[in-house]
Ligand binder design. Structure first.
Ligand code: ATP
Ligand code: MG
Length: 560
């Protein structure tokens, strides 16, 4: 990967791997990322991707991409494609190891027959409701199914007929024969196969029985020779079943290791919840820049480097916690600060006429894109003319003390251009300021003081006749509460949606060089924040920029 590859990570997972390599349990590291194609990937998945691919890279090992497509009713081809695009964008490569759990349906079926022959699985006729009742609770043991002692022959016959489509949905299941009184509910004869007459996006109508997740996952790991099967904490109680499947069949035994999933403040992370936001129109799609999806974050202007750094920064642990959104934003600002070209854009324009600047004259200033590193910075030509725009908020007719920007009679520096002094304020009938008149000091070219005279304020600006019109989309958090699930009785997480999460500015003015902005490039609009071209809605002549994130403490910096 790129030159900024972090130092090999060291955590409780690498400690387990080290032990395995030392004691000879494994002589290699092979991980997998197993998304279910029922939605777009989100920042939580990114944590898992960085971990699985990162750990394997550190050990010179391999990582497979395996779609866990065992649930035919919710999976869509769109998701299969977006997931691959997002992992590539993050900077990871599964090479030729793209797999689908559905590729193994035939093999999983054979293994099921084997379990039946071993007397370790049986066909059960209890209904889903009866299954629940017989299962018991955390405090009460379960009850054996009346079908538990069917003969191997009967089980083989019934299971094959289940597969042949003889029985309706929900009428029978194949269950593991383990222990109905186990304190672990997952071991109380869990269902391995259910009947589901449903079309599958890859296997079509070939199957009407589908394997359950725990069974399919353990066997898929084994089939692929995965050494370390890293998953989230909620599967900890499933590990005994994972182990049971592999041990009972006596096949290659991958080690399941659980870590805490990522939770972030001010957002939700479940694909099912995100799907609701998309379906109900709360956002414009999976790639809405307010979404915590990788597609949304990419469109918002996040870089893969920032997300990888974030994943390394939070690390992995065994304890569930909620990470502050501010940490993610801090990492993002750090990353953008190093890469974003500094340009001038006026969000809310106020026209300024410079009366002593000759009409029809124009000149250009050569301005570095990275003013903090003038020596090495590339530059561009910024045009200047008699009429310019400044930020409306940079003028006050009746300013308080310590307002160092423009006011009647006051002098400020136009960044990289000239000193100007405000001489006149034009208002419309309603009293709103619509135009300012100023004079400039020709001796202050480049924004340099002609005679040692100091000005406190430095404003960004754009030449009116050269400016590009643009729409800006300014984002805030998608939810108003750090924990969106915190709702009164009978409420819903959607009640906490932030009605002001998107603010659209339609008449911004940009410096002309931004006509060449490319999708994926980050810019700092000086004093305003980091922006990027919107990959979906921006068109030539109708530019749209997204604000990735605001600057921290903008005004404090300007005062220096
Ligand atoms: P969701 O609830 O969002 O649908 P999921 O766990 O069902 O999440 P999968 O597609 O099954 O989504 O997940 C693929 C992999 O990503 C799994 O190994 C899962 O553990 C991991 N993963 C999912 N969400 C997170 C998260 N928030 N933090 C870390 N890893 C995650
Ligand atoms: Mg899932």
């Amino acid at each position: 990967m790129s030159e900024d590859t972090p130092a090999p990570r060291s955590n409780f997972i690498t400690a387990i791997i080290d032990e395995h390599l030392e004691n000879g349990r494994f002589d290699r590291v092979h991980t997998r990322f197993p998304p279910e194609p029922n939605g777009y990937l989100h920042i939580g998945h990114a944590k898992s991707i960085c971990l699985n691919f990162g750990v394997a890279q550190d050990y010179g090992g391999l990582t497979n991409l395996r779609f866990d497509d065992t649930n035919p009713t919710t999976e869509e081809v769109e998701y299969v494609e977006s997931i691959q695009a997002d992992i590539r964008w993050l900077g990871f490569d599964w090479e030729d190891r793209l797999f689908f759990a559905s590729d193994y349906f035939g093999q999983l079926y054979e293994y099921a027959l084997q379990l039946i022959k071993l007397g370790k699985a049986y066909v059960c006729d209890l209904s889903p409701e009866e299954l629940r009742q017989y299962r018991g609770t955390l405090t009460e043991p379960g009850v054996d199914s009346p079908y538990r002692d069917r003969t191997i022959e009967e089980n083989l016959d019934l299971f094959q007929r289940m597969g042949a489509g003889e029985f309706p949905d929900g009428s029978r299941t194949l269950r593991a024969k383990i222990d109905m009184s186990s304190p672990n509910l997952n071991l109380r004869d869990p269902v391995l196969y259910r009947i589901l007459h449903a079309h599958h996006h890859r296997t079509g109508d070939k199957w009407c029985i589908y394997p359950m997740y725990d069974y399919a996952h353990a066997l898929s790991d084994s089939i692929e020779g995965i050494t370390h099967s890293i998953c989230t904490l909620e599967f900890e109680d499933h590990r005994p079943l994972y182990d049971w499947c592999l041990d009972t069949l006596g096949i290659f035994h991958s080690q399941q290791i659980e870590f805490a999933r990522l939770n972030l403040t001010y957002t939700v992370m479940s694909k099912r919840k995100l799907l609701q936001l998309v379906r109900d129109g709360y956002v414009s799609g999976w790639d809405d820049p307010r979404m915590p999806t990788l597609a949304g974050m990419r469109r918002r202007g996040y870089t893969p480097e920032a997300i990888r750094t974030f994943a390394d920064t939070i690390g992995v642990s065994k304890a569930n916690s909620i990470v502050d959104m501010e940490l993610l934003e801090h990492v993002l600002r750090d990353d953008l600060n190093n890469r974003a070209r500094r340009v001038m854009a006026v969000v809310e324009p106020l026209k300024v006429v410079i009366d002593n600047y000759p009409a029809g004259q124009e000149e250009t200033f050569e301005v570095p894109y990275f003013p903090f590193d003038r020596e090495n910075s590339p530059t561009r030509q910024v045009p200047f003319s008699r009429e310019i725009y400044i930020e409306r908020s940079d003028f006050m007719e009746d300013p308080p003390k310590k307002f160092y920007r423009l006011a009647p009679g006051s002098e400020v520096r136009l960044m990289n251009a000239y000193y100007i002094t405000c001489t006149d304020v034009i208002k419309d009938q309603s009293g709103e300021v619509v135009e300012l008149h100023c004079t400039y000091d020709p001796e202050s070219r480049g924004g340099m003081s002609p005679d040692g005279r100091k000005v406190r304020g430095t404003l960004h600006w754009v030449s009116a006749q050269h400016a590009l019109d643009a729409e800006l989309r300014l984002y805030d958090t998608l939810f108003t509460k750090a924990n969106p699930y915190e709702v009164p009785e009978g409420g819903d997480f959607k009640d906490n949606i932030n009605p002001e999460s998107l603010q659209v500015v339609t008449a911004a003015k940009l410096e002309p060089g931004l006509a060449d902005a490319a999708v994926g490039e980050s810019f700092q609009f000086m004093r305003q924040g980091y922006f990027c071209l919107d990959a979906v809605d921006s068109k030539e002549g109708a530019l749209v920029f997204n604000r990735t994130i605001s600057l921290v403490d903008t005004w404090a910096k300007m005062q220096k």
